[in-house]
Design a protein around this ligand. Structure first.
Ligand SMILES: *Cc1c(COP(=O)(O)O)cnc(C)c1O
Length: 376
């Protein structure tokens, strides 16, 4: 938690639950990333946190944007982004959304199927397109590989045919999965995609864009490799495969730009036991799976939680949200311990919650309001 957030929480005592977000930390994260991987253009993955204040700060820093819908594109444009700085990176788009994006000046689109490529040809004639390649996601706490990506053979065929459809096949992309904790997974993906990239260049395509996606991890409860270890592994792999003739590199970080700039302040609603003998306490917070903590599905992302009683004797807990849905459990298998003194009304903090939280909050399920947000 940054000093600015700590001060805000003490002085303002904002009603819980809410996200408190430090824009200066976001800026520091962005600058670190840019200086660590200076050859890669940064396309911030808007879905990680699309708040206008976040996008405006990133525009002022010269960031580009990876958008997943026409609505995200509009939000970027309203925040001051140039259409030429926006990539429509979702491989699943409605024809009307493609047309609207193209009419707004967006000229860079992702695809991973013949069907989507045809849709792009019909609705964004002449646009630059890149093919997303299926790669391994080993080591990712939040994998993405099952839903996206073409295999190498299909990708080759589609890239070679894109020109005849009136499109400009300009590059390849991949995503190693979110909260990726292994540098070796990037190396393997780069090797796989670089092989096809070189092959397509030899076949006569004018490829200029090597899109490494996102995935860079942040520290929740467990330590993760630092960003410079990923940068070193990426640059070594790129140099191994391309020598001095590096293609234009692009990254689409989301989580590592915004996560640790945000803290969720929550309130304990109830601490109870299933039976008199049970040592396990159930701690119910005023935020759960439907209040924005969707990434606790399968207990995939394990947030660090602090309380006002930290340091006092503690015991094992299961942690759940406040709704009447049985799926609204945050952690039951993951060992969490919280102070025995924890009681209703206590403020608990969920750290590094600036990514993938605010927009996952449901609209009034059980009547609960979407998560309040404070940008400092
Ligand atoms: C979600 C997403 C990202 C961002 O991933 P992070 O793990 O948050 O860095 C980047 N690119 C695409 C295409 C995505 O869907």
């Amino acid at each position: 938690m940054t000093p600015k957030i700590a001060r805000f929480l003490v002085e303002r005592q904002p009603p819980a639950p809410c996200l408190v977000f430090d824009l200066d930390r976001l800026e520091a994260n962005f600058r670190t990333l840019r200086s660590t991987l200076p050859l890669a253009e940064i396309y911030y993955a808007v879905k990680a946190n699309p708040a206008v204040r976040v996008l405006e700060r990133l525009v002022s820093l010269g960031s580009c944007f990876d958008a997943a819908s026409f609505e995200e594109i509009s939000t970027c444009l309203a925040a001051g982004a140039a259409p030429s700085a926006i990539s429509y990176g979702n491989t699943i788009k409605k024809a009307a959304a493609i047309r609207a994006a193209h009419a707004a000046g967006v000229d860079l689109f992702a695809f991973d199927s013949a069907e989507e490529l045809e849709k792009l040809a019909a609705n964004a004639p002449g646009a630059r397109v890149y093919c997303r390649i299926l790669v391994g996601n080993e080591g990712a706490d939040w994998p993405l590989s099952r839903k996206f990506g073409a295999d190498l053979e299909l990708a080759r065929e589609l890239m070679l045919g894109a020109g005849a459809l009136g499109l400009d096949p300009c590059g390849l992309s991949f995503h190693v999965g979110s909260q990726q904790t292994r540098t070796t997974t990037y190396e393997a993906a780069i090797g796989r995609v670089a092989m096809l990239f070189t092959n397509l260049m030899e076949a006569g395509l004018d490829l200029r864009l090597f899109n490494l996606g996102g995935g860079f991890p942040v520290r929740y409860r467990a330590a993760v490799p630092e960003i410079d270890e990923f940068a070193a592994a990426i640059m070594q792999a790129m140099t191994r495969h391309f020598g001095n003739a590096l293609p234009g590199m692009l990254i689409e970080p989301g989580r590592c730009v915004v996560a640790d700039a945000g803290v969720v302040a929550s309130e304990v609603v109830l601490v109870s036991r299933r039976s008199r003998e049970d040592p396990l306490r159930w701690v119910y917070l005023d935020i759960g799976r439907f209040g924005g903590l969707a990434e606790t599905e399968n207990e995939a992302i394990r947030y660090r939680i602090t309380t006002p009683h930290d340091g006092a004797p503690d015991g094992p807990v299961a942690i759940a949200g406040p709704t009447c849905d049985g799926a609204d459990i945050l952690y039951q298998r993951t060992p969490y311990r919280l102070p025995m003194a924890l009681a209703p009304g206590d403020r608990v903090l969920l750290h590094a919650t600036g990514a993938y939280v605010t927009t996952y909050a449901s609209q009034r399920f059980n009547g609960f309001l979407p998560l309040a947000e404070h940008y400092l």
